[in-house]
Design a protein around this ligand. Structure first.
Ligand SMILES: [Zn+2]
Length: 110
């Protein structure tokens, strides 16, 4: 099961992040990823990317915007601390699972 942030590509394209996104367009990457998932029978879904870098994956508290230089998520509510990208990925996964309405154990994903 794969969940990916459905990023706003036009907004990204206008921003300074454009160079960081390289020429491997995120949209094409998602298309390839979706195809690979389909071939392998893996569930794939895009989820709302709003605030994934602000929400604590542990307790759901909105910890506010992080600057790009701030690499660590540290929750002011529960104290959960991890890499910001790891935290965002966990939020994406949680959103994906709640959208699907079921929790699939990791060992069942093959
Ligand atoms: Zn928290």
């Amino acid at each position: 099961m794969i969940f990916a942030e459905d990023l706003n590509l036009k907004a990204l394209g206008r921003s300074a992040l454009r160079k960081a996104c390289l020429d491997a367009a995120w949209g094409s990457f998602l298309d390839i990823l979706r195809h690979v998932c389909w071939k392998r029978g893996v569930y794939f879904a895009k989820v709302n990317a709003n605030g994934t870098s602000q929400i604590c994956p542990h307790c759901g508290t909105n910890c506010g915007k992080k600057s790009l230089s701030q690499r660590v998520h540290s929750c002011s509510n529960c104290g959960y601390t991890t890499d910001r990208d790891v935290a965002a990925a966990q939020v994406v996964k949680e959103r994906g699972l709640s959208a699907v309405g079921q929790v699939v154990p990791m060992h069942a994903l093959g």
